[in-house]
Design a protein around this ligand. Structure first.
Ligand SMILES: Cc1cc2nc3c(=O)[nH]c(=O)nc-3n(C[C@H](O)[C@H](O)[C@H](O)COP(=O)(O)OP(=O)(O)OC[C@H]3O[C@@H](n4cnc5c(N)ncnc54)[C@H](O)[C@@H]3O)c2cc1C
Length: 431
């Protein structure tokens, strides 16, 4: 390991992996660290369906290309990903095998010359004259400080920004924070029989089960979906509200409660839903799924109006057409779809944390209000933001300038030439 890199990326989720691979491909000496033992973050630890590649509705358009789409094409070519219409209205998703995605992220990083350091936490930052110039890391090898021209915070929880003193919203303290969920996989399902139960009937069975007092089901909705593997489905039903995911005690209680709910929903499914009679749990997400925690304040904060009025900006670096999807305390989920053209832009300024140089943010902790975040947090959008952050960081490092000083137009040109979409693409579905 070196003492200095052009770029250090903290967090190897959808955003961080995309940022690091992009920066590596552009020739930047890039270090990618993650506290987990594999790449992908939420995309491999919790979920198996990318949303927000497409706009929802009867005439879908693709709004994310570049590296994210390359990931989809490579998984599809291996036969372990398929498109799946989404009846909730988020648009068509791409369901994949999480284990294959872990390996693909690693291959892409290696091919791009990215140095990967797993089982490693970012624990501190060095800021001098308003600029971050190093991060402190900790792993079983001890503690050390590594310098970088540009740091990208893709930690999901904005850990680096918080340590660097960047202002942020703590969603839970503001009283509006999305619920956490533990997802689980069950095997031995008769998928054809299970699929013959319409969602309304499944929810009515849930309501009856909860009302009987025999089952504790805090959320009377949710869904299951097929995976690339026969008889195996992923179940998304649990809900743990009002948790500050940056508070270890609250997070611990949420993990325990999540697994308690998994047992309860599994018992309900096995007892009461056709097709699940012989089903058993084969996996719970290794870490609970966190939708929202810290949201950084950047040079611009994306708002509810920007989303619902489908606003576009001169410095757009990504597009999104996903609805606002708010999982809050209580039984239901709120949905509000993007108006007018159905597509809004994400400005480069939302990746620039306020009041500090040498730092970019990408992924679910980018600069947005609660409502806008509830639309822009899907994985395809996080990958698009990651590609933009990686490109900006590489351009800044190579030009000896600050990310904030970059002219957004050459950045946008570079993104376009690398396949990113800055205009929606009318497209026939592949699946
Ligand atoms: C329950 C749930 C269901 C969802 N459903 C969908 C869905 O079906 N489809 C969809 O597209 N999106 C869905 N989302 C949203 C989406 O998954 C996330 O918003 C997205 O994956 C976030 O990506 P990210 O790269 O910003 O962060 P993450 O994927 O969370 O990655 C952050 C990474 O940073 C690492 N890290 C954190 N702190 C540190 C540190 N201090 N040092 C080192 N490493 C650190 C973490 O280990 C992690 O790997 C869902 C989210 C949840 C929680």
């Amino acid at each position: 390991m070196r003492d200095r890199y052009d770029i250090i990326v903290v967090g190897s989720g959808s955003a961080g992996s995309s940022a690091a691979i992009t920066a590596g491909r552009l020739g930047a000496r890039t270090l990618l660290i993650d506290r987990l033992g594999f790449m992908g973050g939420t995309s491999t630890a919790v979920l198996d369906t990318f949303y927000a590649f497409y706009t929802p509705g009867p005439e879908p358009r693709r709004v994310v290309g570049g590296l994210g789409w390359e990931v989809v094409e490579r998984l599809t070519a291996e036969g372990i990903a398929f498109e799946r219409p989404n009846t909730y209205g988020a648009g068509t998703g791409v369901t994949y095998d999480q284990e294959a995605l872990k390996v693909l992220w690693e291959q892409l990083a290696e091919d791009a010359g990215v140095e990967l350091l797993l089982h490693t936490w970012a624990t501190g930052v060095r800021v001098a004259d308003g600029r971050i110039d190093a991060i402190r890391i900790w792993n079983k090898g001890g503690e050390r400080t590594i310098r970088a021209d540009v740091v990208i915070d893709a930690s999901g929880d904005a850990d680096v920004c918080a340590m660097a003193g960047v202002p942020y919203d703590n969603a839970q303290m503001q009283g509006r924070v999305q619920s956490l969920s533990t997802l689980f996989k069950v095997a031995n399902v008769d998928v054809a029989r299970a699929a013959s139960v319409p969602k309304a009937e499944l929810w009515s069975l849930m309501r009856e089960a909860a009302a009987s007092g025999a089952y504790q089901l805090p959320r009377i909705e949710g869904s299951w979906h097929r995976t690339p593997f026969s008889g195996v489905v992923l179940i998304h039903m649990t809900r743990i509200p009002n948790v500050d995911a940056t508070d270890p005690e609250q997070l611990t209680r949420a993990e325990v409660e999540g697994r308690r709910q998994v047992r309860e929903y599994h018992r309900f499914l096995r007892d009461r839903v056709p097709g699940f009679e012989e089903a058993f749990v084969v996996a719970t997400s290794p870490a609970i799924g966190v939708r929202e925690s810290r949201r950084v304040h950047g040079d611009y904060r994306l708002t509810r109006e920007d989303v619902l009025e489908a606003r576009r900006f001169d410095d757009d670096i990504a597009l999104c057409g996903a609805p606002i999807e708010d999982h809050h305390a209580g039984g239901d989920t709120e949905w509000h779809h993007v108006g007018e053209s159905g597509v809004y832009g994400i400005p480069y300024r939302t990746l620039l944390p306020s009041g500090i140089e040498g730092l970019l943010v990408a992924g679910r902790c980018f600069s947005a209000t609660h409502d806008a975040h509830a639309s822009a947090r899907s994985m395809a959008t996080c990958m698009a933001m990651g590609q933009a952050a990686g490109t900006a960081a590489a351009l800044a490092a190579q030009g000896g300038t600050e990310p904030r000083a970059l002219d957004p137009q050459p950045l946008r040109d570079r993104l376009r030439s690398d396949g990113a979409l800055l205009e929606p693409l009318a497209t026939a579905m592949t699946g």
